[in-house]
Write a protein that binds this ligand. Sequence first.
Ligand code: SAM
Length: 247
Amino acid sequence: MANNGENQQNQAGRHQEVGHKSLLQSDALYQYILETSVYPREPESMKELRELTAKHPWNIMTTSADEGQFLNMLLKLINAKNTMEIGVYTGYSLLATALALPEDGKILAMDINRENYELGLPVIQKAGVAHKIDFREGPALPVLDQMIQDGKYHGSFDFIFVDADKDNYLNYHKRLIELVKVGGVIGYDNTLWNGSVVAPPDAPLRKYVRYYRDFVLELNKALAADPRIEICMLPVGDGITICRRLN
Ligand SMILES: C[S@@+](CC[C@H](N)C(=O)[O-])C[C@H]1O[C@@H](n2cnc3c(N)ncnc32)[C@H](O)[C@@H]1O
């Protein structure tokens, strides 16, 4: 029987062999989920944006279709109206959010790269939901600091999705916990980080995976120990931790 270290190495290695970024360890099972429940119900605009994004050189960054479906469902379940997204890229999760919100719903969307957002924007406009989006180009942290300083945004967000620079997630959390309302939800994406959270220290990881791994591990520990939130870590996409503010 393999020892624990070998088991972990096997798991990390096996993950690298499958052809998708979901943490499910079977291509066939993941394909089954997509074909049975996700693609048949995916709105036409999201399909168009997904296909457009697939041609972009950084397409690995996009939110997966099953995670998009999950976000859309979650937002409807909690009746979200005022939301925030950090990390837009071409806008797949943004569109999933915009479609879920009521006509007067709002998304404050931030990304350091406007060009990628503008690639997807025509699809979002065609879907008739662009009026819900307030896009800000630039790093998110100073915007959050400004909002906290202003004072009027405290406890005002129903939902916040964080899918950006993993080395800043704890900095985001310190601020977002004040900006999300009591009972509101923050979703941190990539919290299982390519499965690398269980890889042994000498596992052959890609450079960026290795670099961000320690930040993700630290975040996961901090979220689990934070008495201000309830948490639920889901193996959807690359792992998403849902945090509900308690007080
Ligand atoms: C994984 S992608 C986001 C994917 C997106 N949610 C989607 O559905 O396609 C991460 C994004 O975070 C952005 N980003 C990186 N650092 C950032 C920062 N400091 N502030 C805001 N956005 C940032 C990147 O430009 C990139 O577009």
